[in-house]
Design a protein around this ligand. Structure first.
Ligand code: XMP
Length: 326
């Protein structure tokens, strides 16, 4: 086991050359640690687990078994991206579990935010356990722990993430990026050939759209949220805002208001745009979004997404508001 303390002499990885040297070093270390045994990884599609997956595929190929659990609360296209990049392009040993129905059935009628988070987290562990039990000869568990996780939570990537895994799994850990900061993980990810969109993906909470589909989640409102969010992301991309705004998304509250469509009363949910800038997520400011972009987004969401009849923009910094609506 390597130390959990980053040596003061360790150079910050900022270039493809430094990334390559790090990758070569870690490939050798992982091979020495793992030998011919099998390694299991929960692959969420987030930056850290994706980079670990790509690195381990290089190091040990099919000895790595990735499990991707789609909890039905992913953004549009995310699980598909995981399957395409890892299952198809990198030819990984990937187990895909579509647990959408299981999650949405469990979450039906549950409106309390902490309870929702708990259900989502616990179910993940159950599913991961079930899948792991079907496999034979797994000796190691890989994790996308990064250095800030160690500094903040004593090492195991559990904190408030869905990726928290049961301690009783009793497997030796493989954590090749645990001494890296986020910017370094991204440089390494690009050097490993991961798509830019995956490596520079904005932060996304473990419980996913579950914290943005407010109150008790219903399938129709969740779908509306997912489609509206995809439109927001597409328009931010097209208008050069994707690299300027740190985090942006839609929240859809569990309430309706009156509107009018085709001359008839049309009750719908509001889609609330949240677009913030921050360096550490502890405080956040509101980015000025050009009005023409906001008008375009409003037009598209209200015309293309069934169930949404208003678009609002959240002007509140953190504090006093948190980034997520939850
Ligand atoms: P708040 O809402 O507390 O969020 O201002 C701060 C940052 O943390 C993200 N966030 C989460 N990330 N699991 C995560 O990995 C979670 O459960 C979670 N909840 C909030 C949020 O998106 C923002 O970037």
């Amino acid at each position: 086991m390597t130390s959990n303390v980053r040596p003061e002499t360790m150079q910050r990885i900022t270039t493809p050359e430094l990334a390559k040297a790090f990758i070569d070093e870690q490939i050798a270390a992982v091979r020495a640690q793992v030998g011919d045994k099998k390694v299991l990884l929960a692959l969420s599609g987030g930056v850290d687990s994706s980079v670990v997956a790509a690195l381990l595929i290089r190091a040990i190929g099919k000895q790595l078994v990735c499990i991707h659990v789609n909890h039905g609360l992913m953004r549009k296209g995310e699980s598909e991206d995981v399957i395409r990049v890892f299952g198809e392009q990198m030819d990984a040993n990937l187990i895909y579990v579509d647990a959408t129905d299981r999650y949405l059935d469990l979450l039906a009628g549950v409106s309390e935010p902490e309870r929702k988070r708990k259900i989502i987290g616990e179910e993940f562990i159950k599913i991961f356990d079930e899948e792991a039990a079907k496999l034979e000869g797994i000796s190691f568990l890989a994790q996308g722990t990064i250095y800030p996780d160690i500094l903040e939570s004593k090492g195991v990537k559990a904190h408030h993430n869905v990726g928290g895994l049961p301690e009783e799994m009793d497997m030796e850990l493989v954590e090749p990026v645990k001494l890296l900061f986020k910017d370094e993980v991204r440089v390494v990810g690009e050097a490993l050939g991961l798509p830019h969109s995956m490596v520079y993906r904005q932060p996304f909470p473990g419980p996913g759209l579950g914290v943005r589909c407010l109150g008790a989640i219903t399938r129709d409102r969740l779908n509306a949220l997912r489609e509206a969010d995809a439109i927001l992301r597409e328009e931010f991309d097209k208008n050069g805002l994707a690299g300027k705004v740190w985090q942006y998304f839609i929240a859809v509250p569990d309430m309706k208001s009156v509107g009018v469509k085709d001359g008839k009363r049309y009750e719908g949910w509001p889609a609330i745009i949240r677009a913030v800038n921050t360096t550490d997520a502890m405080t956040a400011t509101i980015e000025e979004i050009p009005y023409p972009v906001l008008h375009k987004i409003t037009d598209r969401i209200t015309h293309e997404v069934p169930g949404i009849n208003r678009v609002c923009f959240d002007l509140t910094p953190k504090p006093i508001a948190t980034i997520e609506w939850e």
